[in-house]
Design a protein around this ligand. Structure first.
Ligand code: SF4
Ligand SMILES: [Zn+2]
Ligand SMILES: [Zn+2]
Length: 319
């Protein structure tokens, strides 16, 4: 922040310099620009319809709290649909999850939002910590994040379905999307990029299993959400998951690399984001799988395997 003149209201004040756009914004104009960005993203990409039943995935961190707060306002003012429901997945990560869940619960209590918590233990039979200690010395150890992401994705989807969701809102920001896209390029995961195409129509045989996901923060860099949540005094939990640091995951290095590039090319995340939109559409049209197998255990679509990864993990962790 520095003293200067705001690009929008011309006020001489403490201003935030947005290097990627050249704008200088006073606090009020900055807050307004973030809220407008979220609203415009929802309407530009037709993310919501009046009357949609929206479940918001909330971890208690800055992104999900910002998302929930803004969706609440947008719902009240523009869509007037059913009240939001917040859904938290408790993976069972010591010294981390408890604090962020308390944060999520306090926020929901304050604003009168129904809050549902589902645990790995009740769905998988084990916490993530227990899964990691069970697997960490085996040759096929996959890193905590791989287990966590696969299991959480399914539990979130099923939880939202049980709550009657039409839409599951996720707190992914621009930085998350840029990082994931670059990771998928590095690992040549073209099918995954195709699957992540945000505007796919899909076919009804597959769609009936998955709740439509939306990411209204997808055009806002991570540090701006951090700043916004501080300026708005949205209480969030600033701690980081210990596995992100503990496991030598490439994701963290990819993020560091993007942050380094940003110093010289501030627009780099937007380039990656636009690249993701274009490439995922292309890959989706090319790689769209016409023939799926369905998991023999849970019945979900699972590419060409007999049993999906979620059920495989579940079996493996309970042997
Ligand atoms: S950092 Fe990894 S282990 Fe931690 S919550 Fe995220 S995906 Fe799960
Ligand atoms: Zn201003
Ligand atoms: Zn299955």
């Amino acid at each position: 922040m520095q003293i200067g003149s705001c690009t929008y209201c011309s006020k001489n004040a403490l201003v935030i310099h947005r290097k990627y756009s050249g704008e200088f914004l006073c606090k009020e104009c900055f807050v307004h620009s973030i809220e407008k960005n979220i609203y415009k993203t929802i309407s530009k990409y037709k993310m919501l319809k009046p009357g949609d039943n929206i479940v918001v995935a909330i971890s208690g961190g800055k992104d999900s709290i910002t998302l929930l707060y803004n969706l609440m306002k947008i719902q009240e003012q523009n869509y007037q649909s059913k009240p939001l429901i917040a859904l938290t997945i408790d993976e069972g990560i010591e010294n981390y999850r408890k604090n962020s869940i308390k944060n999520a619960s306090d926020f929901c209590k304050n604003y009168g939002i129904t809050h549902k918590i589902i645990t790995f233990r009740e769905k998988i039979g084990k916490t993530l910590d227990e899964i990691v200690s069970l697997k960490k010395n085996s040759d096929d150890y996959q890193n905590a994040c791989n287990y966590c992401a696969t299991l959480r994705r399914r539990i979130l989807n099923d939880g939202a379905k049980e709550l009657g969701a039409d839409v599951l809102a996720m707190g992914h920001n621009l930085t998350d999307i840029a990082e994931t896209f670059l990771m998928n390029i590095l690992f040549k995961r073209f099918q995954l990029i195709a699957n992540q195409y945000p505007f796919k129509q899909g076919n009804n045989n597959i769609n009936k299993f998955f709740i439509k996901k939306i990411s209204p923060l997808m055009r806002i860099p991570e540090e701006e959400i951090f700043l916004y949540s501080n300026l708005k005094n949205l209480n969030h939990n600033p701690s980081h998951c210990p596995y992100r640091e503990k496991d030598p995951i490439l994701r963290k290095r990819v993020l560091d690399f993007i942050q380094e590039c940003k110093k010289y090319s501030p627009e780099i995340e937007f380039n990656l984001f636009n690249g993701f939109l274009e490439m995922s559409e292309l890959f989706y049209n090319q790689h769209e799988q016409k023939n799926y197998s369905f998991c023999e255990i849970c019945g979900y679509p699972c590419g060409n395997s007999r049993i999906c990864l979620y059920c495989n993990y579940k079996k493996e962790f309970n042997m």
